[in-house]
Design a protein around this ligand. Sequence first.
Ligand SMILES: Cc1cc2nc3c(=O)[nH]c(=O)nc-3n(C[C@H](O)[C@H](O)[C@H](O)COP(=O)(O)O)c2cc1C
Length: 141
Amino acid sequence: MSKAVVIFGSTTGNCENMAEIIKAKLKDASWDVTLKNVADSTASEVADYDFILLGSSTWGDGELQDDFIDFESALSEVDLAGKRAAVFGCGETSWPEFCAAVDIIEERLKGCGATLTTEGLKVDGEILEDEVSAWAEKAIA
Ligand SMILES: Cc1cc2nc3c(=O)[nH]c(=O)nc-3n(C[C@H](O)[C@H](O)[C@H](O)COP(=O)(O)O)c2cc1C
């Protein structure tokens, strides 16, 4: 069975909620899926998986969620050539840098050699299960 990992950084639980919906969708599609908080993850371990899904909310002025900062910079040392990946996040369009964390992580993954399977998901405000599920289905297709 192909192995997937969903790693999230979340301060108030919104991005964690997205990660749980994505995990359920992958499980339905028969992936062997692991869900992890980025605070309990190391960048090098993502290389153990075939499909890497990373999610972060955006804080400050267009910055990664706090727990994601060190992880994202450590990823620069990891070779992800041949791996598939996709990025999700949440934020609010009332902020000038809407969901900038998604763009930061996508750039990093491309630099590591991973192939992004779909455009990053940027959710504005409320997390809707149908929206997140539909994105996950596209990401794993
Ligand atoms: C102080 C502060 C700064 C924020 N900065 C941004 C931002 O730059 N861009 C954005 O899209 N959302 C921003 N947000 C909105 C959060 O990303 C949003 O509330 C998100 O749902 C939090 O997700 P989490 O609970 O997973 O951390 C900010 C919120 C706060 C309170």
